[in-house]
Design a protein around this ligand. Sequence first.
Ligand code: ADP
Ligand code: MG
Length: 691
Amino acid sequence: MAINFACKVFDDSEMKHRLPDSVFESLQNTKKLGNPLDPGLAEAVASAMKDWAIEMGATHYTHWFQPMTNITAGKHEAFLNRNSAGEVIMEFSGKALIRGEPDASSFPSGGLRATFEARGYTAWDPTSPAFVRDGTLYIPTAFCSYNGEALDAKTPLLRSIQALSEQTMRILRLMGNTTTKSVTSMVGLEQEYFLVDREKYEKRLDLKICGRTLFGAKPPKGQELDDHYCGRIRLRVASFMKDLDERLWDLGVISKVKHNEVAPAQHELAPVFSSANIACDHNQLTMEVMRQVAKEHGLACLLHEKPFEYVNGSGKHNNWSINTDDGLNLLKPGKNPAENWQFLLFLCAVITAVDRYADLLRVSASCPGNDERLGMNEAPPAVISINLGNHLYSILKNIAEGRRAVSDEAHYLAMGVDALPALTQDDSDRNRTSPFAFTGNRFEFRMLGASQSPAFSIVVLNSAVTEALGEFETLLAASSDIPETVRSIVSKTVAEHGRIIFNGNNYSEEWRAEARRRGLPEINNTVEAIDALIQPKNIALFAKTGIFTENECRSRYEVLLENYEKVVFIEANTMLEMLERQIIPAVTGYLGSIARSYNELYAAGVANDELKSLITELSGFESRLISGGRELEALISRGHTIGDARETCGFLQKTLRPYMTSLRAYADRAESLLDSSVWPFPNYTDLLFRV
Ligand code: ADP
Ligand code: MG
């Protein structure tokens, strides 16, 4: 193989080569079977890891963790130390591998940590491999408070993976499986992003500070010709993508698919799926490496959900399934799904889970950026439903109604040309409008925003499915006839949770009305969505499955509100600054220059009435912009005086953000009237088409 895949990863083959057999075996059992970590092996692992990392050019190590900021953190420490003889040595102890102690007070904790208890701990996650990047050994870790409460995205994810695995094992045994040793959720994360020219990006305060444009007149061309999606990749972008792939492969990320997306300057990357924990680590790594490589290529990578108005924004698709260590995908229907009892059981668990906890899934896909994208006919709507495809749905309904269910024969597509190969038709067509679609052997949750950590959406799925499976376990344990029990579980699921299944067009008005009739929750924005974290039923789910204590739920609620507040205030302040220091001066200057032209013409005996009316129109916009700036400033101040976080967020969502949208409209109109050479920053055409 020409590529040296995972050459910067301390992976299984490297460990096997460098660790004593017994240490390697024990670590494998922890990693693959979830056995408790033997603390005695830390010394041996640390020493081998250090030697390897130094050979790879590392001088530092870091406990790499994922605080509740959607990005990662870590402080870098050199291996250097002084020994008792006073000599400087390269040192890395077992203790340093296992435990780190960053100051937790500088990360969001949602009240879990009083300032006097600043201690936080990072704990080595042996289930995700360490790697070397830019001269530092990165050790994936979980981050918790002094009292062991989760302060990050990884800890609850690991808890949920364990809960689902244990629960699924019990079900498999009841179904007669004696060979499987462990189960894990598998995840493939498709990542969308924009690339713009760095120099132009640097000239836009909104892109630099907020990651999205707060102003911008509609360009003459957007995405209407469908000429960008999967189109030819420009040379500059292709060279970025090549470097990105190589960098990711070095780090063990199996980056596989790359293509242009729907909007101009928008692209997508999809890796091969892997176990949920590694998939999440790799997604974080992918986002970081994307930003870095873009910068090296004179580009800027935008991961915001809606960098540009008038064209599609960026999402992240979470493809999720449950797999066993011996290669079974429990969501694979097989040739005869109508009598695949195990498949039907897991399918029913997912349907039950999604219907009961649609509100939690909704909050897992909520952030201020995603509010600009969801429900806009470019992304799934705010209402969650499952697309099963007609074939699978009819099997469930037939079983529920006591009819014999039959599985379809494979269909061949009629393409009308004998020379073309015979293609079999998939069981279900893709439904790109569905927020949660069955895609043949997995579910695809399509609501996540591009910038978000995918971990919480997996936590929700894993825990909700664990709960449903727990209920099925009770029924199966008492049953002497498995097929009969599964059939009755199918009936119950269709009766109680069938309302969540919708195979039609999720963008249509009829569906909104229908969803309301069915009583499905319609949660239209992040602020409302956050409330789900403190609903008693959701607190109970997390407590029962051991994912979060009530305290931890409440802390996440606070963290999300705090984040919303900060993001919106930063956007409002950025808008104000661009307005007052860039846009208004540009409009004023231009007005002056055309007024002078008018006077000169007038003095020469030409009365240009059209020019005069342009001056009047522009001057009207100028006044609106000036008074709008004052009003925006007043609203920001009002927002700061409210106090209560939930109330502040409500005000920002209902009053401040809509005001910003209306103010933008005036500025955008002014932009379209001004000489482009005096507009103070690059416009949409520059950004979207001059990469
Ligand atoms: P599409 O754009 O049509 O949804 P892609 O090929 O871009 O398809 O992405 C599909 C993603 O789903 C990939 O990351 C792929 O590895 C992942 N995937 C495939 N099979 C599974 C599975 N059984 N479980 C989880 N993810 C899967
Ligand atoms: Mg997809």
